[in-house]
Design a protein around this ligand. Structure first.
Ligand SMILES: [Zn+2]
Length: 366
């Protein structure tokens, strides 16, 4: 005889329901439960910032219940929470209670549901997609924690192009755009061009659900310096050492959902390059909209303006200052979009397709 009293119904519910971040890209701290209200806090792992938007958690054992989730800050976007059952396909709840709260009614068979700040792009999705496309990955380098950083090469030719994403690990929109660009490239290859793709530069941060932006002492996209501290950036610079690389593109997502962050925009560097950014911007405008997110180059960030004054070398500036450079840039792709131009996984993929078409036409003019 254990001597324990039978559990009450409420205690059984509490024991059977589990809220956790024990999965790739997971990020949450459970604070407390009060009836149907769940209080949560996102973790600042991987950033020196005291406030950053990313969160992702899993709820198990809540089938049939309605729960209201309260984040510690207003980090629920205008489309509500992103929802997934397999960490590959994500959609929005389409509603929120306020900027920090959303409510979800679990179906009778919804035993495990993932919720996140945005349409998370996990390593699982990456490897699933690459497998479907018949693309074989290689190990680019080992991370500081010993993980094998994936990369892949596609295309053949004399012109080299480097594609990257997730210099900031939480910025999943960039990964969808990268996937869209790869899909478009495979259906309409750019002649005489070979691509090296490093799809998840801060691979440790991606796997562990870290914020990544503003990582201490500085993040991966501020590490294009001689004494670099991250193996991934060192490997990209080493790859570039013995090659001419006229084209290099890096896909990011901006901040939560303020002002320009609801749009797609290019971060322009070096006033002397304005003409080539204008030329490319007109092409990207031409192919954007419809199945892709809208793009209006009037919302590009001008060089040496606002926060774009940092002279620390980034991926795009590293390639821009090389004499063979024809076009290198950072594309920032919103997590949510605007009411008339809402983000879906399909539209982010379409944005990548549009970007590839614009690059291909830009190269035709060279
Ligand atoms: Zn970024």
């Amino acid at each position: 005889m254990s001597g324990r009293l039978p559990l009450t119904f409420r205690e059984r519910i509490r024991i059977s329901m589990k809220i956790h971040a024990d999965f790739e890209c997971g990020n949450i701290r459970f604070l407390r439960e009060e009836g149907q209200d769940i209080y949560l806090q996102n973790e600042m792992r991987g950033t020196a910032r005291t406030s950053q938007y990313y969160w992702a958690f899993c709820v198990e054992g809540a089938a049939g219940r309605t729960l209201t989730f309260h984040l510690n800050e207003e980090w629920v976007g205008p489309l509500g929470a992103a929802v997934s059952h397999d960490l590959i396909d994500w959609h929005w709840t389409e509603s929120r209670d306020d900027g920090g709260t959303f409510t979800y009614t679990f179906g009778e068979n919804e035993d495990r549901v993932y919720f996140a700040h945005d349409l998370v792009y996990t390593p699982t999705r990456l490897f699933t997609v690459l497998g479907e496309l018949g693309i074989r990955t290689e190990t680019f380098c080992l991370t500081n924690k010993g993980r094998e950083v994936p990369c892949f090469r596609i295309g053949e030719g004399k012109r080299n192009m480097v594609l990257a994403s997730r210099h900031h690990s939480c910025e999943s929109s960039g990964s969808y755009v990268l996937e869209g660009m790869i899909r478009e490239y495979l259906s309409a290859p750019i002649p005489d061009t070979s691509l090296l793709v490093v799809p998840m530069v801060d691979y440790d941060g991606v796997c562990e659900g870290e914020q990544g932006k503003g990582r201490a002492p500085y993040d991966h996209n501020r590490d294009y310096v001689t004494d670099c501290i991250y193996p991934e950036t060192g490997a990209i610079m080493a790859y570039a050492k013995d090659r001419k690389i006229p084209y290099a593109f890096d896909f990011h997502a901006p901040s939560h959902c303020v002002g320009r962050s609801n749009r797609v925009f290019v971060v322009r560097k070096f006033p002397a390059l304005t003409e080539r950014f204008d030329t490319f911007g007109r092409l990207l405008e031409k192919y954007s909209g419809g199945d892709a997110m809208g793009y209006d180059m009037a919302y590009d960030v001008a060089p040496n303006s606002g926060w774009n004054k940092d002279e620390t070398p980034t991926f795009s500036t590293f390639f821009n200052v090389r004499p063979e450079c024809e076009l290198a840039l950072t594309l920032e792709v919103t997590h949510f979009g605007r009411e008339e131009d809402r983000v879906t996984a399909e539209k982010l993929l379409g944005t990548g397709r549009a970007f590839c078409r614009a690059v291909a036409q830009f190269m035709q003019g060279k």
